[in-house]
Ligand binder design. Structure first.
Ligand code: MCA
Ligand code: AMP
Length: 533
């Protein structure tokens, strides 16, 4: 039932029915500015997409999806290079009430097989160059439709969408309805699909809009990939919910990012982006004079980077902490000494729990620990996911009896409520903002001919924060070549997961139980002091 046109607060007319619709797309669209011809996205090639363009393009792709007549909650798996059109497909998937499943373009065929098997998408979108291989994989696994989309605005998806109307009524969605599935690897080596609802996405976007003081006239430099939470949700939702223009970089390049700052106010990046910009002589107070906010997260920001950034630019980076399963959990304060924000941003901490979030630190027996003590971080709140896709046992294991999610991060909360992360209980390292689970890669290396056993550890790295080192034992009588092992691995898993160094050894250090002592390996294969951050 359409209850008439209720108001025209923004550029898009919204009905009362839409006001009651909790589809996150509806909330984002409601924030479009009154002037729909104003720029929503500007690319480095000089293309300008207006808000009207976003409205019409998402309508056309959503109408194409509607025409496929898919069951509710059908998954749309997308593995394409970053482009504005890829963002349009994301928004159109929400608009049509389908479930978005982003896949990093670095994923190789074995990884894709797993995701397609596990998520059973109805639609797959890939680059034309990979259509032959991916469509074969997809159709064997029951996928109904495979479209192509390239980063030069070509491909069957846009061709087909162009035949559809540019008017579309967004699908009605309730807060608990599924909006996206984001795969995260696991300590057992099997990826798990974190199910995020419209309510999860919208509540987090709204909290961040207030917390980070988004204001009229803000312009975001969008420099991150859009396969993961940081670039896809935190950055895109942040800008759209504020009606802010995005300066769109398909690929991060430090010098160009610095040059864009003259026209921008907000930048979001993983720590590697900040260290790479610090290496540029053009980074100074003048280049960043119009900037209001620099946000960092996805991996620990070194205190040294935090301090150097302050010295070079006069700006204090705001570090925040989140996960695919929970979206953003904590943030350093935006307004120093503002209401509920007791003090200034502090380097080396991830700030305070965001409004609405309950965060506690638990001991090994599950009991809550007092202020200042180190333990497992557990969280509950509106942005915390409902569970892993088709993995009820895994979901049950990761939640406490009273409904808190066990993050696997180890940290403490100090007397002022600031959270610091000091380690992880999960065997994982973070390289340039991407999580790598050694168990997954060890499995692939162990399956290579001649390999008896592999142990992989993350060691410090000046550029990526951490990188992997593989230590391999050959089968008896076999001679293995370390470079050859890494070259073989490159064809099997995403490049960012491939260890940067590999050593072939006779034995691994083990404890009395026979378990490999990774702490000893880490110490042994530590890079030389001048290569560490
Ligand atoms: C590229 N390589 C990497 C990485 N990226 N190796 C390890 N770790 C990486 N992150 C490989 C390339 O394949 C190549 O190897 C070699 O390193 C050099 O690549 P380079 O040209 O330097 O890489 P790049 O294309 O410049 O990419 C670096 C990057 C990128 C810009 C830092 O990795 C990136 O955009 N990272 C951001 C990730 C992100 O958005 N994370 C958010 C997750 P070869 O020559 O062998 O191919 S969301 C999240 O974590 C939570 C929820 C949160 O809190 O946000
Ligand atoms: P992902 O599973 O890719 O969503 O990555 C989530 C993980 O990234 C968290 O569990 C943390 O270990 C890590 N992480 C995110 N932000 C930060 C941060 N600011 N400092 C330290 N670790 C972080």
């Amino acid at each position: 039932m359409v209850v008439g046109r209720a108001r025209r607060a923004t550029g898009c007319v919204i009905s009362l029915e839409e006001e009651l619709n909790m589809n996150v797309f509806v909330a984002l669209r409601a924030a479009f500015p009154a002037d729909l011809d104003a720029p929503a996205v500007q690319t480095e090639e000089g293309l300008v997409y207006s808000w009207r363009d976003l409205e019409r393009a998402t309508a056309m792709v959503a109408n194409l999806f509607d025409a496929l007549d898919l069951p509710p909650d059908s998954r749309v798996a997308v593995q394409v290079e970053k482009s504005v059109e890829a963002m349009v497909v994301y928004l159109a998937t929400l608009r049509a009430g389908l479930v978005y499943l982003p896949l990093n373009t670095a994923y190789q065929s074995a990884e894709l097989d797993y995701f397609i098997d596990n998520a059973a998408p109805a639609v797959v979108v890939c680059a034309s160059a990979r259509f032959g291989a991916i469509s074969k994989q997809a159709f064997i696994r029951g996928v109904q439709y495979v479209f192509t989309l390239n980063d030069d605005r070509t491909g069957s998806l846009l061709e087909r969408a162009a035949q559809h109307s540019d008017v579309h009524q967004p699908a009605a969605r309730a807060p608990a309805d599924l909006a996206a599935i984001l795969y995260t690897s696991g300590t057992t080596g099997r990826s798990k699909g974190a199910m995020l609802s419209h309510g999860n996405l919208l509540s987090n976007a709204r909290v961040l809009k207030d917390y980070w003081g988004w204001q009229p006239g803000d312009v975001l430099i969008h420099a991150l990939p859009i396969f993961h939470v940081h670039g896809l949700f935190v950055a895109i939702h942040g800008a759209l919910l504020n009606g802010s223009t995005m300066l769109w970089m398909n690929r991060f390049e430090p010098r160009r990012a610095i040059a864009l700052m003259a026209q921008a106010t907000v930048f979001m990046g993983v720590p590697t982006l900040y260290t790479r910009m610090l290496a540029e002589p053009t980074l100074d107070r003048q280049a960043t004079a119009s900037m209001r906010l620099f946000v960092a997260g996805s991996a620990p920001l070194l205190l040294e980077t935090f301090t150097q950034w302050q010295e070079r630019t006069g700006h204090t980076i705001l570090e925040r902490y989140g996960m695919s399963e929970t979206l953003m959990l904590t943030s350093n304060p935006y307004h120093p000494n503002g209401p509920g924000q007791p003090t200034a941003r502090r380097g080396g901490t991830v700030g305070l729990p965001l409004p609405g979030l309950r965060l506690r630190v638990s001991g090994p027996d599950g009991s809550a620990l007092p202020t200042g003590e180190v333990g497992g971080i557990e969280v509950s709140g509106p942005s915390v996911f409902a569970g892993y896709w088709r993995m009820p046992e895994k979901t049950a294991e990761e939640f406490t009896a009273d409904g808190f999610f066990k993050t696997g991060d180890v940290g403490l909360v100090d007397a002022q409520g600031f959270v610091s992360i000091v380690g992880r209980s999960k065997d994982l390292y973070i390289s340039g903002g991407y999580n790598v689970y050694p168990a997954e890669i060890e499995g692939f290396m162990n399956a290579l001919p001649g390999v008896a056993e592999t142990a992989i550890v993350g060691v410090p790295d000046a550029d990526f924060g951490e990188v992997g080192v593989a230590v391999v034992i050959p089968k008896p009588g076999v001679r293995l070549d370390a470079a050859d092992l890494l070259a073989r691995l490159k064809g099997l898993v995403a490049r960012f997961k491939v260890p940067k160094r590999c050593y072939v050894v006779d034995e691994l250090p083990r404890n009395a139980m026979g378990k490999v002592q990774k702490n000893l390996l880490r110490a042994r294969y530590m890079p030389p002091a001048d290569a560490t951050p």
